[in-house]
Structures are given as C-alpha cells and as structure tokens.
Ligand binder design. Structure first.
Ligand SMILES: C[S@@+](CC[C@H](N)C(=O)[O-])C[C@H]1O[C@@H](n2cnc3c(N)ncnc32)[C@H](O)[C@@H]1O
Length: 314
C-alpha cells in the first residue's frame, strides 16, 4: 500500500508538471486573503523589491523563517533544496536575512530554522550564527533544538534527531511563557518565603513543564498524521510553530515567513487568529499553501494525511 499519493513536488516529475498547470499564482503574483488578511506570494526572499511588495507599508513583529539548509534533503538536490558551496549559501543567507530584518517592527522576534550537516563540518549552522553578528539590530536570545521523533537510523553513529531553531530579538518584544503537556513529576525542593515553607509544586505556576530550549514533546510530521501535506518534503510540525506564536506573537501581530513550502506558519497563524504574510519562489508551494488554508477553512482539517491535495489529477 502506498503511504502518499505521490512523491515530493519540488523534484521534476510528471505530477509536478500537472500540478504546475493548476497553480493560480504565477511568479511575481501575490494573493490577498479577504477574510483574515493573509498574503501569499510567489516571490524571492533574496530580492528586496519582492519583500517590499509583500509587506507594503506593514511591519512584522514576528518572523519565522525556514530556508533550505544547504543540505541534501532525502538524498536529492532540487531547485527548492539546493546545495552548493558555503560561500554561495552565505550570500543567499545574507540577502534574505537583510530583507527579514528590514521587515521587522521596532520590537520584534525572529525565529530561524536551520540544520547542521554532520558530514560537512556541521555547515551551515556556525557560519549562519556568525553572519547574524553582521546585523547589530539582532540580539541572540535562545538556541533551541527540536527533537525529531523519527531520525534516520545508523548503528555506526549517534542517530541524527536534531532540528535547530535560532531565536533573536530586535528591540524589546514581549515573551509569554508557554507550557508542554508533560506533567511535573519531581516533587519536593522546599523553600521558605515570607515565613512559609512550600514545595516546588505549590510554588509553580503550572502543573506541566515548560519546554525550555530542548523540545522533546513534538511529533515530527509523517504520513500517518492529519497535518501531513503530501508532496511537501520539509514541512514543520504545526505544534512547533504554534508554540512560537504563543510565546512571541501577541494577538493582532503580523507574522512573516519567507519560505512557505506547505504553509505551516500561515496555517498556525490562521488557527491562532493572527495574520501571516508568506512567500515561496515555487508556484507549486504557493498553491499548496493556499489550498491548505482553503482546506482547513472548509473541513477543519490541518492537512490531507495520505489523500491528495490535488484531486483533479488523481
Ligand atoms: C524548508 S522549506 C520550508 C518548510 C516550511 N516551514 C513548512 O513547514 O512547510 C523551504 C522552502 O523555501 C523555498 N525557497 C527556496 N529558496 C527560496 C527563496 N529564495 N525565496 C523564497 N522561497 C524559497 C523552497 O521552495 C521551499 O519550499
């Protein structure tokens, strides 16, 4: 039994050619949502004019960006998931990061998903961290690791489960503490305050743990989950993006995501009543992002699991 209706849509295939004919947005075009104000563009994050057109006069108080990592995704290189020399990758990163910073409001948060290739000196993570030093408006705040629940296995090395997430701030944005669903099990640690001796449980604000900067409680997306978007090979879990928004994206804020792919950031924004402006260079992923939003509004479902987002070509 096939787990998904077709393979990844960034790689050349007959399915991709058929999907391209269904794409409503051509390169350079921007869709404007009449209901919640979202925008989806087929635009290039490296181009200042593209970002300016997406933003208009607006500024974003939360950027959540997930660029390609200069690492072969699923053992393949495509135009969406390119891999080249580190110099070319840093040129790409500098260009989009410059635009991402220009899009930020005076007080804003910036989250960047990134990878480290353990077979190539852990590039591009350290180079990217140093690149951020070129942007004095950015202050480093946290280096988060999401534990992917399904890594590729090997008996000859530690299994690779890490997904890195860098958190920077500009100015002084608010931060709202969030909690996991993991109950606090360690009791004890008595402390005296105001003449009263209390234990940890009595003093704590919640019965569950905070995620800290190592997130172990979020399931990686795979075909058994409702949120799965067939054809999108690099989608992030909705729960991770929702966590970021709840911590750093107050109600009414504008969220930007320059690398839409399966549209996870836009969908999380929709679910939580925020507005998102997003883009992808590939019209196929702009169309998938738009369809995912429409599908959610029509059915309440966050993805298609193993069904096709393009039933016209089944
Ligand atoms: C790692 S994926 C993003 C995954 C996304 N967070 C999700 O949950 O689905 C990166 C995406 O960036 C897009 N992309 C690559 N270069 C781009 C560029 N210069 N401007 C905008 N999008 C680009 C690719 O087409 C791909 O869909």
């Amino acid at each position: 039994m096939r787990s998904e209706p077709f393979g990844r849509l960034d790689a050349t295939s007959k399915t991709r050619e058929k999907v391209l004919r269904l794409c409503r947005l051509a390169p350079g075009e921007i869709w404007q949502d009449a209901k919640a104000g979202h925008r989806i563009g087929v635009l290039d994050a490296r181009r200042e004019e593209d970002v300016k057109r997406l933003l208009g006069k607006a500024l974003s108080s939360l950027g959540i960006h997930d660029p390609p990592y200069n690492i072969d995704v699923g053992g393949r290189r495509t135009s969406a998931f390119f891999r080249g020399g580190i110099e070319a990758y840093m040129e790409f990163s500098r260009a989009w990061l410059q635009n991402a910073c220009a899009a930020l409001d005076t007080d804003a948060s910036l989250y960047i998903w990134l990878g480290a290739d353990q077979k190539a000196g852990f590039q591009p993570l350290p180079q990217f961290m140093l690149l951020a030093h070129e942007f004095p408006c950015l202050a480093s705040r946290s280096f988060i690791t999401l534990r992917n629940q399904r890594g590729y296995g090997t008996q000859k090395n530690w299994m690779a489960l890490r997904q890195e997430l860098l958190y920077y701030t500009k100015g002084s944005p608010a931060f709202q503490a969030v909690y996991t669903k993991i109950p606090k099990t360690v009791k004890g640690y008595y402390k005296e305050a105001g003449g009263k001796k209390t234990c940890t449980q009595e003093r704590s604000r919640a019965a569950t743990l905070r995620p800290g900067n190592v997130w172990t409680d979020i399931q990686q997306v795979f075909y058994r989950l409702e949120e799965n978007v067939p054809g999108a090979y690099a989608q992030k879990p909705l729960a991770a993006i929702e966590r970021i928004i709840l911590a750093s994206g107050a109600k009414g804020c504008l969220i930007t995501d320059f690398f839409a792919h399966s549209g996870t950031t836009l969908l999380a924004a929709e679910k939580l009543g925020r507005t998102c402006y997003t883009m992808d260079t590939d019209p196929v992923f702009a169309e998938l992002t738009l369809r995912r939003l429409e599908h959610y509004r029509a059915t309440g479902k966050t993805g298609w699991q193993t069904r096709s987002p393009f039933p016209e070509i089944e």
